[in-house]
Design a protein around this ligand. Structure first.
Ligand code: NAD
Length: 480
């Protein structure tokens, strides 16, 4: 199988109108940060600066929380149907401006345009539609007859799916009658700021959504603020732990969506070509910057050689390069820091004795890039089998029996996602019931739907986002 060469097919950037500088979005308008400080956000594919972003501090977070508190008084008293009108309006505007959002997401994050265009942005709109539908049905959602909003939600999100993570946080919060202060990741603030413009366009009442940009200490200020009633965090387990410590002993509610080390398990009777596609999708989708990535391939010993050979052939066909090119399969790594982490962990794989193989793609000179890589001869003790790499790096382990597959799959501090590939329905059900993972996919991988709850076991966090279950974190209820 050879890589097919196509002429470049870049998506036009003309649809995106970037401002030179972005303030904080507080109380319905863009305002200067108290410090007057700004930092540059860049395009990771070529390191070119895109815009200046406000560095929010404690005073700004305080201002945003106060605005959210004022707005809460009215927003929480609107009927569910009234709130739904705004959320539907937001969803429709997101669809109308989908191309602009997709291009901007790819520019700031490095993900291929075909993913931002066909996966991220449609899912974002779907999420708002889904939760708009819940807003007037909360009494029937299984939380008792009188579910009430929690208050002001402080929300902190990562850079891997910037707008999608925003939608997972904001849509259920608003549907339940809460107001929010959201801190986007420092490297990917631009679609959140464009979303602020959508809030203005939808005439969402001022203060219902506030967006405070900045680095880690800005997130810490949101979490620690006394006026925040609920904290929702998606990010690394290490930071999640710190946040749990900050919140412990306060009245704040907390949900944590953290890291993962998902097992993608292939049995010898699996449809081989589909399984290989699923393995590729599981780990090379979004450059492997996916918390639920299938980063550990567990393959039955009798077919391991064949699966790995087919996988390498398929990896040779992946096109790595310009995220805005419509033919690109694998884009840029989001930051120099993330590239350094992926490189360091991959080097540890070689040092510890695993066998490293990368597709022989040419990588661009500028920007942050890492070739799709697979490690064989991996043992469970290797760091690459235990730690989240969060990059396009797959570790292959083998097993002989279903019991061994379950034991190896569960042998991790995490418990976010897993995949099973087999023709046997009974085996799927047995595996799914014994895998300690919040999400188990069968004969597919990385499929998302707003109606389906998402969340982890163990150090992958607690609480669920999506679906009816995703309402729970944003409601005070008499019976849960
Ligand atoms: P990160 O934890 O470093 O940062 C996440 C966010 O938290 C950023 O906005 C950051 O500024 C902020 N932050 C950092 N320190 C903070 C502190 N002390 N207090 C409050 N906020 C703070 O993670 P990242 O590198 O941006 O994202 C990658 C991680 O996110 C991976 O581990 C990945 O698995 C995880 N993730 C999980 C899910 C999920 O749903 N489980 C989804 C996407 C990503």
């Amino acid at each position: 199988m050879a890589r097919i060469e196509y002429a470049p097919a870049p998506e036009s950037r003309a649809v995106v109108k970037l401002r030179r500088q972005y303030g904080l979005f507080i109380d319905g308008e863009f305002v200067e940060p108290a410090s007057g400080e700004y930092y540059a956000t860049i395009n990771p594919a070529d390191e070119s600066p895109l815009a200046l972003i406000a560095e929010g501090g404690e005073a700004d977070v305080d201002r945003a929380v106060r605005a959210a508190r004022r707005a809460f008084t009215k927003w929480s008293k609107l009927s569910g149907a009234e709130r739904a009108k705004y959320i539907y309006r937001i969803a429709r505007i997101l669809q109308e401006r989908a191309r602009e959002f997709a291009v901007l997401e790819s520019m700031n994050n490095g993900k291929p345009i075909k993913e931002s265009r066909d996966v991220d942005i449609p899912l974002v709109a779907a999420h708002f539609f889904h939760y708009a539908g819940w807003a007037d049905k909360l009494e029937y959602a299984g939380f008792g007859p009188n579910p009430r909003p929690v208050g002001v939600a402080g929300q902190v999100i990562p850079w891997n799916f910037p707008l999608l993570m925003l939608s997972w946080k904001i849509a259920p919060a608003l549907a339940c009658g809460n107001t929010v202060v959201l801190k986007p990741a420092q490297t990917t603030p631009l679609t959140a700021l464009l979303f602020a413009e959508v809030c203005q366009q939808a005439e969402l009442p001022a203060g219902v959504v506030n967006i405070v940009t900045g680095h880690n200490q800005t997130g810490a200020a949101v979490v620690a603020h006394k006026g925040v009633d609920k904290v929702a965090f998606t990010g690394s387990t290490a930071v999640g732990r710190q946040i749990a410590e900050t919140v412990a002993g306060t009245r704040k509610r907390l949900t944590l969506e953290l890291g993962g080390k998902g097992a993608n398990i292939v049995f010898d009777d699996a449809a081989m070509d589909q399984a290989v596609e699923g393995i590729v999708n599981g780990i090379y989708f979004n450059q492997g910057h996916v918390c639920c990535a299938g980063s550990r391939l567990l393959v039955q010993e009798s077919v391991a050689e064949e699966v790995v050979a087919r996988l390498k052939r398929r990896m040779q066909t992946l096109r790595v390069g310009d995220p805005l090119d419509k033919n690109t399969d694998v884009g840029a790594i989001n930051s120099a820091a993330q590239l350094a982490r992926i490189s360091e962990l991959s080097d540890s794989g070689s040092t510890e004795g695993a066998e490293r193989w990368s597709s022989d793609c040419a990588l661009p000179d500028k920007g942050f890039w890492f070739a799709p890589t697979v490690f064989t001869n991996v043992s469970q003790a290797h760091r690459i089998a235990r730690e989240e790499i969060f990059g396009p790096v797959l570790s292959v382990l083998t097993f002989r029996t279903p019991a061994e597959a379950i034991e190896k799959a569960n042998n991790t501090q995490y418990g976010l996602a897993a995949g099973i590939w087999t023709e046997k329905g009974s085996l799927i059900l047995k595996m799914a019931s014994e895998l300690r993972a919040g999400i188990v996919w069968a004969n597919t991988y990385n499929k998302f739907d707003p109606a389906s709850p998402f969340g982890g076991y163990k150090e992958s966090g607690y609480g669920r986002e999506g679906g009816r279950q995703g309402l729970a974190g944003y409601l005070e209820a008499d019976h849960v």
